[in-house]
Design a protein around this ligand. Structure first.
Ligand code: SF4
Length: 90
């Protein structure tokens, strides 16, 4: 997840966890559902912790070596403040 992205305004995406709870009928139009389905993790009911949290520090080191700034879209597929993620946030 996240090394390259098709999102034009950022260079990377990063998620400490993915998904949330579907809380409304509008959730059936949510853009994360088809992505999570392709990952084989649909249906989802709450955030799922991702395994590799080393991306941002690697990207930062490479950007520093190259003398450039990179933009990271954090939580592109998650809610950073989801209460089920409280134990992981620290
Ligand atoms: S992010 Fe979660 S709560 Fe928000 S629209 Fe998508 S499924 Fe619903």
């Amino acid at each position: 997840m996240g090394v390259k992205t098709g999102i034009g305004w950022c260079d990377h995406t990063f998620n400490f966890w993915i998904a949330c709870n579907k809380v409304s009928t509008e959730c059936k139009h949510c853009y994360i559902s088809p992505i999570i389905k392709r990952m084989g993790k649909e249906p989802f009911d709450g955030p799922m912790q991702t395994k590799d949290w080393t991306g941002p520090s690697r990207w930062d080191r490479k950007a520093g070596e190259a003398g450039v700034r990179r933009k990271v879209f954090t939580c592109s597929m998650s809610d950073f403040f989801h209460e089920d993620a409280d134990p992981w946030r620290g």
